[in-house]
Design a protein around this ligand. Sequence first.
Ligand code: HEC
Length: 129
Amino acid sequence: MDYPTSARNFLIYAFTLVLLMFLPSCQYEFIEEDAPDPNKEYSFKDDILPIFEAKSCTSCHRSGSTYPDLTPTNAYNSIVPNLVNLSNPESSKIYSYPHPATTTHGFQKYSTAQANIILEWIKQGAINN
Ligand code: HEC
């Protein structure tokens, strides 16, 4: 199809403009969907215990059964300090053992988001808050 020069120039101009508008969306944004909120202080009671409930960890890990006891009353003393390594949080057993990438604990695992919350809580000092 033959356009007059001015019309063709306009089309080229418009096309370039649209292209430029979309360019910024090509930039990478390092927002990890499952990443914990770095500005939030994680609470053992409100953030950690509900994970043990939601994942039915307590169906096996309860008083008189398999260690660690993850029921609300006993969970903290069962986990800290034995299963937590404050100087190397990633190696904490309460984080690594039921991690979604592990093959050792075949019973029940965290979701990636849950594992990240556990890790963040440990990094923040594994406090009984
Ligand atoms: C179906 C039963 C069952 C469920 C559900 C279960 N576990 Fe376990 N877990 C076990 C058994 C049995 C062991 C010990 C044998 C082994 O090491 O695999 C164990 C071991 C562990 C250990 C290692 C303890 C140590 O000192 O070696 C951790 C930590 C743990 N479980 C956490 C969890 C968490 C957190 C959940 C929930 C996401 C969970 N488990 C769900 C049965 C279960």
